[in-house]
Design a binder for this molecule. Structure first.
Ligand SMILES: Cc1ncc(C[n+]2csc(CCOP(=O)(O)OP(=O)(O)O)c2C)c(N)n1
Ligand SMILES: [Mg+2]
Length: 1023
């Protein structure tokens, strides 16, 4: 702490008077100034560049002058006019310059300023001084935020020890200026707006205005932005004199909002002093901040705002921004409330919310939603973006003018969590952009018990935003007017440029991490300071009362009124007997369920499609539906192959997928497939986007040429992110039940970098938040001698998280056993072995009357396996997804003769079938493919096992024993056969890695477990 104070002391802004004093005392003059690095003089002609009086770094200034002169020669001093005329006329090097005439006193300068009239400094000195002033202005623009008074506690944790260049930049001596220059008038460059209507100002006033613009309670970090227009836009917003002044009504609204924000927390504290609520105390201005952003955005046409935020201040946001009924919030504190909905529910500070209302500032309709989220900080960021993108898509908002997202972050999490970076990188990608997100950081300068020195390596928690050129507005949250100002600018920025922007609310946390936590254990000095700190409402009320904005009585009355609102809501909350999690839904699906929130039926129409449709889609899949489009020769062969398949009435994997997507699209269902390299397909099998070989960027998506009234198909290669992109697609899928949204992992292995989305959202989403989701995960999986990576999509992990009981045979009616199982499950896990079954399971995902996540382990070598083809017959009306593909050979006809029933899933089936044939064991060994692993087809397994009473039961898998499916299926098969028969194992031995890196070993292992699978003596002691 002591160390920090020292650092900060060194960074205190030096006022003009201090500067003057230090100049006259220690006078760091020209000789001590940092040497200026020479730069090439690029823009003007060589003759100009070689003028002897211009040193290298004059170039910027001269350029400025030059452009001003080009606009109008009167814009510049006469001496420059002569100079540029000569230079332009081709004066030889050194000859363009002529001694200036005496300076005219045309510019308006304050009387107190020393007049330049009559003074005849050398032009060299004039140029140098102007250059110095320009550098000084630029230094404020670049570095002013370093010394702005951002920290309400005055114990700033930003440590600039390693960046000495930031210290003292405002010291005019650094630029070669002297005390005597302070009253000289300088022409302002076009890159500043501090002059207002004036084009020249005395240096003293220049510094004063820069201090006011950049070094008060707002620190603007923007000079890294590549776009010059955008930099100018920001300068205008902060530099123009008086620009931050708020009107009377704005101040009154602000005060009212501060009252609500503050008194809400106080009310909760009074009523439930020992309950965790992650209060907002210390950052109460978050509420007016968000409301300002929403008002301003509504003004410019935004109708729908989707928000994501962590624990801190969440209840307050629900109450005072979204306007959730207070009694609904208060009753959450009653632990005796009975749950009215299915599922395990979630704690109150994780629940989401959706609310449509009139925005009072604009009298326009606005829909606000706060997404439910897990504890995992920042995990909701991409989910919010995905939902926002989908909302934009469904309302045809291609520019983000009607729908926008706001993300609220904690300082530690914003800096520490990689998902923040991944989400930022989606912000400008065509298929993922939401056209600008406003990020608000509750920067209370602490993360639980860890202070920023230990929590990040960057000066600010917000530095990650610089990668996307987002401006960052740091603001002292104890100055609500400054907060309101930057929020207005942020909203205006987003609505002008449709790019991300960050508001960093520098504040403090009045209590511990939660209300039960003791912060003095770890931050004693900080908390001594916090205890002395007057509340922001109190400070602001004093200010506005002193200014005469409101009277003390009016203020006190407003406080009493709000307290009464809370009290009355509290009384009403006692009448609530049931806790309806459904009231906390962030993404309702109007019309999809019945009025009780149940599926309208419990049946699934046939997933088969007509021969005509198969042909129609097949033809599109094998053609180029636009004229004069040249595709690669290899692709022509692939398309010809598809055409042959269509004529032979068969599908391979890619064509099966085409049939599923194409038919859904034709039926009006939007399909979106996203992931790394999905357009072509990692394994070069899909080719959903054709590229003209002769015209750059000319592409064609045949799937969008199926019929004029089809739904749109989106297929998009994503950034190289799993966590971010899967989260995004989950949010996209959440928005509407009438879309098939698929995320494909490059290889199944890589899904685990998105584990948080799987564990916290996909698996338990419905149980926690009564919110269904039909997202599909395509995870390429299979042991093909590729080594430990690129082999396993880790089915064991997904299966371990299924909610069906391994030991209980489901008590469900026989006739709708399958659909009821689906309805009860938390997600569906399949590994299809045929294109037709893949086709059906994709279609079932939309045709079933509810939504569940679907995890599909997809093949690699089967994509081209000659036997892994399906006839059109298996896809016609009346056909459906087969949970188990039964034996169809001789063993099926004579079940009594079967000695062994092998259950397996996925690609190993083809290896087993080949081996059985080689061994001529088609009569004695029956092979069943369990295509749907979860919910487990207990009914079919029971039936098939009973048909073969003389057979032993074997589970065969190519994965290692501690991986794959074995642990999941074994107890379930046992349950299916009433534990009367054992289940044996044929597969690889337990191992730490998913697969060997040695091809030879791979084949040996394969042969070994095939030997076991077909050795009828392998398992002793049955029956
Ligand atoms: C991914 C993740 N890791 C750890 C935690 C545990 N945790 C909860 S709050 C918190 C501190 C968060 O600090 P900050 O982001 O600054 O928010 P604040 O609580 O200060 O508002 C931590 C580490 C978590 N919730 N999520
Ligand atoms: Mg914090």
């Amino acid at each position: 702490m002591q160390h920090l104070r020292t650092t900060v002391a060194r960074l205190r802004p030096i006022t003009v008077s201090q500067t003057t004093k230090s100049l006259s005392q220690t006078a760091p003059r020209v000789a001590e100034a940092v040497p200026l690095a020479p730069q090439p003089f690029r823009r003007l002609s060589a003759s100009v560049g070689s003028e002897p009086f211009l040193n290298g770094t004059s170039s910027n200034y001269v350029e400025e002058m030059y452009y001003a002169w080009l606009e109008n020669p009167k814009n510049v001093h006469k001496s420059w006019d002569v100079f540029f005329r000569n230079a332009n006329a081709g004066a030889p090097p050194g000859a363009a310059y002529q001694s200036p005439p005496p300076l005219g006193g045309k510019c308006q300068i304050p009387a107190r300023a020393q007049s330049l009239v009559g003074v005849q400094p050398s032009v060299q000195k004039l140029v140098e001084d102007h250059l110095a002033v320009q550098s000084l202005i630029r230094a404020y623009q670049v570095r002013g935020h370093h010394i702005a008074k951002l920290d309400p506690l005055d114990i700033s944790c930003v440590d600039f020890d390693d960046a000495p260049c930031t210290v003292g930049f405002q010291n005019v001596g650094l630029y070669g200026l002297r005390e005597s220059d302070l009253d000289k008038v300088f022409r302002l460059p076009t890159t500043t707006f501090i002059g207002g209507n004036q084009s020249a100002l005395p240096l003293r006033e220049i510094i004063h205005r820069l201090e006011m613009a950049y070094c008060q309670h707002i620190g603007v970090e923007f000079m890294f932005i590549n776009d010059v227009q955008q930099c100018q836009w920001i300068r205008q917003r902060f530099e123009r004199p008086g620009v931050m002044h708020l009107g009377l009504e704005e101040k009154k609204t602000l005060l009212a909002r501060m009252i609500r924000s503050t008194r809400f927390e106080e009310f909760l504290q009074r009523k439930w002093s020992s309950e965790k609520r992650f209060g907002l105390e210390g950052c109460e201005s978050l509420i007016p901040a968000l409301k300002t952003i929403i008002d301003k955005s509504s003004e410019s046409g935004v109708e729908n705002v989707i928000m994501g935020m962590p624990h801190r201040g969440r209840l307050n946001v629900l109450a005072n921004v979204i306007r959730k009924e207070l009694e609904q919030i208060f009753c959450q504190f009653d632990s005796k409330l009975e749950a009215a909905d299915e599922g395990s529910g979630d704690v109150k500070y994780h629940l989401g919310m959706y609310h449509q209302r009139i925005n009072r500032a604009t009298e326009k309709n606005i829909t606000l939603s706060l997404m439910a989220n897990p504890s995992h900080l920042e995990a909701v960021d991409p989910v919010v973006q995905g939902k926002t993108k989908a909302e934009q898509f469904y309302c045809g908002d291609t520019e983000g003018k009607r729908v926008m997202s706001i993300l609220i972050h904690g300082d530690a999490a914003f800096a520490g969590q990689g998902i923040v970076y991944e989400t930022f990188h989606l912000s400008d990608l065509p298929s993922y952009t939401t056209h600008g997100t406003i990020h608000v950081v509750v920067n209370n300068q602490i993360g639980f018990t860890t202070d920023p020195r230990m929590a990040r390596s960057s000066p600010y928690p917000t530095d990650v935003a610089r990668v996307v050129n987002a401006p960052i507005f740091h603001v002292n949250a104890d100055d609500p007017e400054a907060v309101m100002y930057v929020c207005n600018v942020a909203a205006e920025w987003r609505n002008t440029f449709h790019k991300d922007v960050v508001v960093d609310l520098v504040c403090y946390r009045r209590n511990g991490h939660n209300e039960m936590d003791e912060p003095m254990f770890t931050q004693p000095l900080m908390y001594k300071q916090i205890k002395k700190q007057k509340g922001v409402l109190e400070k602001y009320a004093e200010k506005v009362i002193a200014e005469g904005v409101v009277t003390r009585e009016a203020y006190e009355e407003e406080v009493v009124t709000y307290d009464k609102i809370c009290e009355e809501a509290h009384s009403r909350s006692k009448d609530e007997k049931l806790l309806h999690i459904k009231h906390w839904l962030d993404s309702p699906w109007p019309g999809f369920f019945d009025l009780d929130g149940q599926p309208k039926s419990l049946s699934c129409s046939s997933t088969g499609i007509s021969e005509e449709e198969l042909n129609c889609i097949g033809n599109i899949a094998s053609s180029i539906p636009v004229k004069d489009f040249t595709i690669h020769g290899g692709l022509s062969r692939i398309l010809r192959g598809r055409a042959d398949m269509v004529s032979q009435r068969v599908c391979d994997w890619a064509l099966g997928e085409y049939m599923a997507f194409g038919s859904l699209l034709k039926e009006g269902t939007h399909v979106r497939l996203s992931g790394q390299d999905v357009e072509r397909g990692t394994f070069s099998h899909r080719h959903h986007v054709l590229h003209d070989q002769n015209v750059d960027k000319r592409t064609c998506i045949p799937m969008n040429h199926l019929s004029p009234d089809q739904a749109p198909y989106t297929v998009c290669n994503s950034s190289l992110s799993e966590y971010g992109v899967l989260g995004f697609e989950l949010g996209y899928a959440m928005t509407s039940p009438n879309a098939l949204v698929l995320w494909e992992a490059q290889f199944g292995d890589f899904h685990n970098t998105a584990q948080c989305i799987i564990d916290q959202f996909i698996c338990p989403g419905q149980a926690k938040w009564v919110r269904q989701n039909g997202i599909v995960l395509l995870l390429p999986h299979g042991m093909e001698g590729m080594g430990p990576e690129h082999s396993s999509g880790r089915p064991e992990r997904f299966l371990q998280m299924c909610n069906d009981d391994p030991d209980v045979y489901p008590n469900l009616p026989v006739e709708d056993f399958a659909i009821r199982q689906l309805f009860d499950c938390n997600w569906i896990v399949v590994n299809c072995s045929t294109p037709a079954n893949f086709f059906h399971v994709l279609r079932r995902q939309i045709l079933q009357p509810f939504r569940k996540p679907l995890i599909i382990f997809t093949p690699k070598s089967l994509l081209r396996h000659p036997e892994a083809k399906s006839s059109f017959d298996d896809m016609l009306p009346g056909t459906e997804f087969m949970r188990i593909i039964p034996e169809s050979g001789p063993a099926y006809a004579s079940p009594d003769k079967v000695k062994r029933v092998i259950f397996c899933t996925g690609k190993v089936y083809y290896e087993l079938a080949r081996e059985r044939k080689n061994r001529s064991m088609e009569e004695s060994v029956s092979i069943f493919r369990v295509e749907q692993l979860s919910p487990f087809p207990f009914d079919i397994v029971r039936h098939e096992a009973e048909r073969c009473p003389n057979a032993d039961l074997v589970w065969c898998q190519e994965e290692h024993k501690n991986q794959g499916y074995y642990d999941y299926v074994k107890p379930r098969i046992r349950t299916a056969v009433d534990r009367l028969r054992p289940v044996w194992y044929a597969g690889r031995d337990p191992a730490a890695a998913p697969a060997t890196g040695n091809k030879q070993n791979h084949l040996l292992e394969l042969q070994r477990f095939l030997d076991t699978a077909f050795n009828l003596e392998a398992f002793p002691g049955i029956q």
